[in-house]
Ligand binder design. Structure first.
Ligand code: PLP
Length: 446
């Protein structure tokens, strides 16, 4: 038996199967699920299902659990707040944890100029509001987004998102005045260049060309970018590309929105992924690991831009709920006290090293290994020559890893990317064991 994982039944076990039957009659089938198991409890990087099987979690609730499942500081802070009050609506009666969280994020976000924050419930809502703020500040309508982007599932979110099935299909018409440009992707260069020596940024020309062919830069409110495309397949934007983007925005008075919903809070080894490039964004969207498992998201940005909105123009009933604010403050404390950023770099080196080993062993179908820090991934193809995406083999690897006790998630336009979103509190042994399972699962799919 493996050390960290304890697999007692076939997966899914009888209790999960029974719950699945109930789910079929109760929950919309429009809601997809990555695994057939039901959780019972979780701690750190381990999750136990209702049948008593324990899994190493390399998915982290899709990047929400950088500080770990049921992080003791988060649980303690949330409990303390639950005992005092659970909700007032910040519009009706304000409370200190909200202000303190805003102060902390303003200090942490890149750039020295005065900043402001405000809070909502989900990443998509943060994106919606960042767009509203950029439009209000500039008085302009248009937004530019990238290929491979994912920005959420609200109507503006799916409009900005660049994957049809399952996100956009049948949900149109989309929001007007959104323009899409190619994104750097060295393994599949949109400019058709050989990027084996590294991305040269040839696709940046397409962005400049968009100002000739599609939209007047004078009517563009914002460009929105994930510093590492998340759902798109863990494709980092090169630092020089992000700096060019900053210059372009400055030249045309365009607001640069950096979507750090997935990349934020240590996912790439820095608090925010944009820090690797030295670029100071105008607005940053945050969510996921900010709340350590409680739903909270935010927009943080330059005071001049954030304060341009008329009073009352921003708000939600639950946004910045006091329990979620208390949890988020505990997450930030955990980063500081437990030095999670340093740990993130160690994990990143280890994961990337092992993924490269796997690729060396299977160069025929592990086409690309990439990422930034512990936000690492491998792209699977039918063969090295054609680079045809291999969704079936990807699914087989994820399934055989699950049977051995490792939770994995896929990503990418073709569902052919395996990504790692390990909690940063994962122990060395758990990490090692998870990577061993992954390696065996890839061997088995050869
Ligand atoms: C970069 C990015 N933006 C926005 C979102 C949407 O966040 P939420 O699912 O909390 O609405 C996600 C979710 O995966 C994301 O990765």
């Amino acid at each position: 038996m493996l050390e960290a994982t304890k697999i007692k039944t076939e997966i899914p076990g009888p209790k999960s199967r029974a719950l699945m039957d109930r789910r079929r009659n109760a929950v919309s089938s429009g809601l997809g699920t990555a695994t057939p198991i039901f959780a019972s409890e979780a701690k750190g990087a381990l999750l136990t299902d209702v049948d008593g099987n324990t899994f190493i979690d390399f998915g982290g609730g899709i990047g929400v659990l950088n500080a770990g499942h049921t992080n003791p500081r988060v649980v303690e802070a949330a409990k303390e707040q639950l005992d005092r009050f659970t909700h007032t609506c910040y519009y009706v009666t304000q409370y200190e944890p909200y202000v303190e969280l805003a102060e902390k994020l303003n200090a942490l976000a890149p750039g020295d100029s005065p900043k402001r924050s405000f809070f909502v419930n989900s990443g998509a809502e943060a994106v919606e509001n960042a767009v509203k703020i950029a439009r209000s500040y500039t008085g302009r309508p248009a937004i530019i987004a990238f290929e491979n982007a994912f920005h959420g599932r609200t109507l503006m979110g799916i409009t900005l998102t660049s994957k049809v099935d399952p996100y956009k299909k049948s949900f149109g018409p989309y929001v007007p005045e959104v323009y899409r440009v190619p994104a750097p992707y060295p393994y599949r260069c949109p400019a058709g260049k050989d990027c084996s020596g590294g991305c040269q940024g040839d696709c940046f020309g397409a962005l400049e060309k968009a100002f000739v062919s599609y939209v007047d830069p004078g009517s563009v409110a914002a460009i929105i970018v994930e510093p590492v495309s998340g759902e798109g397949g863990f494709i980092p934007f090169p630092d020089f590309y992000l700096r060019k983007l900053r210059e372009l925005c400055d030249r045309h008075g365009i607001v640069l929105i950096v979507d750090e919903v997935q990349t934020g809070f240590g996912r790439t080894g820095k608090m925010f992924a944009i820090e690797h490039s030295g670029v100071v964004p105008d607005l940053v969207t945050t969510a996921k690991s900010l709340g350590g498992g409680l739903p909270i998201a935010g927009v943080t940005g330059k005071a001049e831009i954030m304060d341009a909105v008329h009073t009352g123009g921003l708000g939600t009933t639950y946004g910045g709920n006091p329990v979620a604010c208390a949890a988020a403050l505990a997450v930030l404390e955990t980063f500081e006290e437990d030095n999670l950023l340093a740990r993130a770099s160690v994990i990143g080196d280890r994961v990337m090293g092992r993924l490269r080993d796997i690729q060396q062993k299977h160069p025929d179908f592990v086409g690309d290994v990439r990422g930034r820090g512990p936000m690492a991934a491998m792209e699977l193809v039918k063969d090295a020559e054609s680079r045809t995406p291999d969704k079936e083999r990807t699914a087989a690897i994820v399934e055989s890893a699950l049977q051995e006790g490792l939770l994995l998630l896929t990503a990418g336009q073709y569902g052919n990317v395996i990504r790692t979103l390990t909690p940063l509190v994962i122990t060395d042994d758990e990490l090692e064991e998870g990577l061993n399972i992954l390696s065996r699962a890839v061997d088995a799919a050869a």
